[in-house]
Unconditional design. Structure first.
Length: 318
């Protein structure tokens, strides 16, 4: 089963890097960037070699087709005789801009873009003023085996990613994820487990609800009140909240129950760690109930990242 989940996650990862759009007339000719990356999830870095036989007097990176966003590029002479066009720009989602000042490094501009997929092109202008336009091809992956992914998670729930079309054309994708409930911390004490979480991508009026423990065998679970502070919530789980358990281990899935809305899985905190299942592990612990019995408990994350508990009462005399 674990191998099956691994295959599914791998397939989803490959699909997430593709946006299936039909070919467009400007898909060719192509140019492959020497470097194309999104540092900190918002700073676009681009470098491309000027094609042989073309003498460029200026260059620009274009985002979009009609009324594109123009990022000026700097031409740099390399020691091997080639010329490179280099540039850096900060990209943010227009609808998420709060109007707060955003200090920019000298020479770097910030662009506010609407949600969607923005195709990348580069234009070289020769001395006669003629433009030579190239579609930017998907760049090779950076650090495929590194400990973190190259596009980190944004705290505000928005995203900016480099993706590719089915034909291999490079795009920048901006948008906002769906409403999610994620874990901030899990603290295991002597007699209770304290969950702290937050609701991401939800307006203030939706930041309410309680935590539900749903037994994996399909029986209805128990709802435990949560205390809210803005978009964060805190909930304490005691042995009694897990109901009547025997010595046989049971599994409980954790949900956030919101009034008049579908329950949300409470998931692992979004992270840029490439293999979070190998990093975020929680131990088995014992909780003492008021009647003196002991509950063996193990919070863990399922292969898809949602929080669950393994729990069982210890037989008397242990």
């Amino acid at each position: 089963m674990r191998k099956g989940y691994a295959v599914v996650r791998s397939a989803r990862s490959r699909l997430d890097s593709l946006v299936l759009v039909p070919p467009s007339p400007d898909d060719w000719p192509r140019i492959t960037a020497e470097h194309l990356s999104l540092l900190d999830g918002r700073t676009l870095n681009f470098c491309a070699r000027v094609p042989q036989g073309l003498t460029a007097s200026s260059a620009s990176l274009l985002l979009g087709s009609s009324s594109p966003v123009v990022v000026p590029l700097t031409l740099v002479q390399r020691g091997d005789g080639y010329v490179e066009a280099q540039g850096t720009a900060v990209l943010d989602l227009l609808e998420a801009d709060s109007g707060r000042p955003h200090p920019m490094p000298a020479g770097v501009r910030r662009f506010l873009l609407a949600a969607g997929q923005w195709r990348l092109s580069v234009v070289f202008t020769d001395a006669a003023g003629k433009d030579h336009r190239f579609a930017v091809a998907k760049a090779p992956r950076l650090m495929p085996d590194g400990p973190t992914i190259s596009e980190p998670v944004r705290e505000d729930g928005t995203y900016c990613r480099l993706i590719a079309s089915g034909t291999g054309r490079a795009y920048v994708s901006l948008g906002r994820d769906d409403t999610q409930a994620e874990i901030v911390s899990v603290r295991i004490g002597w007699s209770e487990v304290t969950l702290e979480g937050r609701l991401v991508n939800a307006p203030a009026e939706q930041c309410r609800g309680d935590v539900a423990l749903v037994r994996r065998n399909g029986k209805e679970g128990r709802v435990v009140p949560a205390t809210w502070h803005g978009d964060t919530f805190v909930c304490s789980l005691t042995p009694a909240d897990f109901g009547d358990l025997g010595a046989k281990e049971q599994i409980y899935d954790v949900r956030l129950q919101r009034p008049h809305r579908r329950p949300l899985k409470i998931t692992r905190r979004r992270t840029d760690v490439r293999t979070p299942g190998d990093v975020f592990r929680m131990p088995y612990r014992l909780l003492s109930a008021q009647d003196g019995t002991a509950l063996r408990i193990n919070p863990y994350y399922t292969p898809v990242g949602s929080l669950a508990f393994r729990a069982a009462h210890l037989p008397s005399g242990c």
